[in-house]
Design a protein around this ligand. Structure first.
Ligand code: GMT
Length: 381
């Protein structure tokens, strides 16, 4: 098929999922066209079967806010007509659903059919989408979509409840979970031997946190939990990512006197090279509609200590392949982490189970065909 994909191309879960989906679809012989304001960060620009169409936003002194949405809708229609796309797949409802709707209408007026699918990722429903300024139009964009997918059962339920979309949809919301390529994200002993000494001594545990450092990630809790771990277990913390709350983490590290035990790596392109170096991943988020970072860690054989929110329990089974706690339960998370970090056999059992969960339930080989089947259904509707 010829598929147009629109997403936020910068660091963030929805962009990662959209980009990895494009890569996997292209590897299966589909022609994939990314229509975004910059090349998605996980693409090199040299992938076979992947094309990138930049959306240029013209500014004018009259525009206090340059109309990106219009430029995107216009480019979607142009690319779809020129390359004869079978469908558009937009990731993150705001504003992409409404842009796709405009593109569909522009082409319909010229006798060209362009169905579009919206994938809901989380904060487009649970946070930003709740804003009264965005809710009505986001609901409209979702209802007008030819198909809607959600990355977890929990997000599907939240959308149905908070957006009251039952009647307006073309069909039920299809749950297609986040996925990971288990051949790329995998335990890697050679890499551990080569790279781990840069970040932790042989007798130290390496704890990892990976996020965009937004408020919802509770990066402060990451440092609080680590401070408690570091009092009892020789350990280092690797923070991957950057964002508004990085300075909170830096401030807390200084106040606990543990700044020399923390590696602030900033944004990283190849997290698959870093995750296998860890022993445990911390994800104490206020909300996660799925928790892709945890899945990527699990595929690398790194179990997580996380919060019992949103779709995380669809991935993490407390005590079996990771540990779950209430939001803000810093003491509980620290105690759980210390317990498993000091019990080698238990840590290994969790690591093995985490990898197995990723392989059995969330591997690309299992999830990508679900998208292909859904595309086929929607494009013939
Ligand atoms: O977590 C973020 O801030 C990024 C956000 C996004 O939309 O880019 O992530 C959401 O989508 C990810 C991929 O589907 C999910 O794994 C994350 O759980 C979800 N984040 C939240 O729900 C907070």
């Amino acid at each position: 098929m010829k598929i147009g994909i629109t997403c936020y191309p910068t660091y963030g879960g929805s962009g990662v999922v959209a980009t990895e989906l494009g890569i996997e679809l292209a590897a299966r012989g589909h022609d994939v066209h990314f229509i975004t304001y910059q090349q998605p960060f996980r693409l090199t620009g040299r992938e076979v079967g992947i094309h990138f169409h930049e959306v240029a936003v013209t500014t004018y002194p009259l525009f206090q806010y340059p109309p990106y949405d219009l430029a995107l809708a216009s480019r979607m229609a142009e690319v779809a007509e020129f390359y004869k796309l079978d469908l558009l797949h937009v990731h993150y409802a705001i504003p992409h659903s409404v842009c796709a709707l405009l593109a569909r209408q522009m082409l319909a007026a010229r006798g060209v059919r362009l169905p579009f699918i919206t994938t809901l990722h989380g904060t487009d429903i649970t946070l930003v989408g709740q804003d009264p300024g965005y809710l009505p139009i986001t609901k409209f964009g979702i209802e007008q979509s030819d198909g809607v997918t959600s990355i977890s059962d929990d997000l599907k339920r939240s959308t149905e409840r908070d957006f009251d979309v039952y009647g307006g949809l073309h069909g039920p919301i299809e749950v297609i979970h986040n996925f990971v390529n288990c051949d790329v994200y995998k335990p890697d002993e050679a890499r551990r031997t080569e790279l781990r000494p840069q970040y932790a001594a042989a007798d130290e545990k390496l704890i990892i946190h990976l996020s965009n450092f937004r408020r919802v990630k509770r990066v402060g809790d990451v440092v609080e939990v680590f401070a408690r771990i570091a009092k009892q277990v020789p350990a280092r913390l690797m923070l991957i990512g950057d964002g508004p709350d990085r300075s909170i983490a830096e401030h807390l590290a200084l106040s606990h006197g543990i700044e020399d035990r923390i590696h602030f790596l900033g944004k990283q392109d190849s997290v698959q090279d870093l995750l296998p170096l860890g022993d445990l991943l911390l994800m104490p988020s206020e909300m996660e509609s799925f928790g892709l970072a945890a899945l990527e860690g699990m595929a690398c054989g790194v179990p997580c200590v996380a919060t019992r929110v949103g779709g995380v329990p669809e991935l993490v089974d407390h005590g079996a392949n990771g540990l779950l706690y209430a939001v803000g339960d810093v003491e509980g998370m620290a105690a759980g982490a210390i317990e498993i970090l000091t019990d080698r056999a238990r840590l290994e059992a969790l690591a093995t189970a985490a990898r197995k969960t990723a392989q059995d339930k969330f591997c690309t080989t299992r999830i990508i065909p679900q998208y292909e089947q859904y595309y086929a259904r929607v494009s013939v509707q």
